[in-house]
Design a protein around this ligand. Structure first.
Ligand SMILES: [Zn+2]
Ligand SMILES: [Zn+2]
Length: 173
């Protein structure tokens, strides 16, 4: 696949979904690694299950890469050109060196620099999602986290009972 092929994919908009775009880019990275090392690396499965502060995570034993669609949507071009190769490099390093190589050590940096031609940055520059608002409630035995929706119901008079101790849950502001 040519170097800039992802930009034409992105411009197709709704025809091609996010998972296809990131998976294509992962395969593009693996094609480069195959050519560089004269090897055939095992392509990982990709999904969009990543949540929270990480833009992506490489699950080495499962040969799986999870991407954060919240961050992808902030800047697809940036995500495709930085986050995808970052995670692909983790998988490639693992397939060459096993778990002896450090996560962002010299092997990983070399793959980023020499195979992908990218400055090896450990961190991303995307905004992280706002922390979920939780409301703390207590019964006689435990602490319970309520969503805003449930907290509103309590304020409207709904009573919640702990399944374990049968006490009513009290808001501790
Ligand atoms: Zn990393
Ligand atoms: Zn309880």
């Amino acid at each position: 696949m040519p170097l800039n092929s992802h930009s034409s994919l992105l411009n197709n908009g709704s025809n091609i979904d996010t998972l296809t775009i990131v998976t294509n880019k992962v395969h593009c990275c693996f094609d480069k690694a195959d050519a560089f090392f004269g090897n055939t690396f095992n392509r990982p499965t990709c999904n969009l299950k990543q949540r929270g502060r990480a833009a992506g995570t490489a699950h080495l034993q499962k040969n799986e890469v999870r991407f954060n669609v919240f961050m992808y949507s902030q800047n697809p071009e940036e995500f495709i050109s930085t986050v995808v190769p970052h995670e692909a490099a983790h998988i490639i390093v693992f397939q060459i060196y096993g778990s002896s190589a450090k996560p962002h050590g010299k092997e990983w940096q070399a793959v980023m620099l020499k195979v992908f031609g990218i400055k090896p940055n450990r961190t991303h520059c995307f905004d992280v999602p706002p922390p979920k608002q939780v409301f703390e409630y207590f019964c006689d035995c435990n602490r319970h986290e309520f969503t805003k929706r449930r907290h509103t119901k309590v304020q409207q008079g709904v009573l919640y009972i702990c399944k374990a101790c049968k006490a009513s849950l009290q808001f501790k502001g």
